[in-house]
Design a protein around this ligand. Structure first.
Ligand code: ZN
Length: 141
């Protein structure tokens, strides 16, 4: 992983390389930089991904795995903490070779060529706690 900090707007630009996993790399970067709240956006190319779809009735995710070349058309989400550790909540739209798009809650994705993530840190700490009622780790605001 390579990254560079730009003083204007204090955005961390992260470039991931072939074989790196996006979610764990982002969390590692947040831990390394001491970022405890922020917004994330990105684009790139991946060799496969696992995305989830949350069912509010069963309070569980159905996971769908893709093992094919995909373009990250849009990755968006936020960075917070849960029990003191960095926590990423990310969604993606993925483009297939034939032009179709799929998408959902990003569980994991492996870079095939490059991924370019912009992480905008926020001052302070965003905390997540598990909601029994909803079945998700919600932002505590
Ligand atoms: Zn989600």
């Amino acid at each position: 992983m390579k990254s560079a900090a730009f003083s204007t707007g204090n955005v961390l630009v992260i470039r991931l390389e072939r074989g790196e996993e996006i979610v764990s790399s982002l969390l590692a970067c947040a831990a390394q930089q001491g970022i405890r709240a922020g917004s994330v956006s990105g684009i790139g190319a991946i060799s496969g991904a696992v995305i989830g779809f949350f069912n509010p009735d069963s309070k569980s995710y159905r996971e769908i795995a893709f093992s094919e070349p995909l373009e990250i058309l849009s990755l968006t989400g936020n960075l917070s903490t849960k029990e003191g550790a960095p926590y990423a909540h990310l969604h993606v739209s993925l483009g297939r070779e034939n032009g179709e798009a799929v998408g959902g809650h990003l569980v994991s994705a492996t870079v095939s060529a490059t991924a370019e993530l912009f992480l905008q840190p926020l001052n302070g700490t965003l905390i997540r706690t598990f909601s029994e009622e909803i079945g998700l780790n919600l932002l505590k605001l």
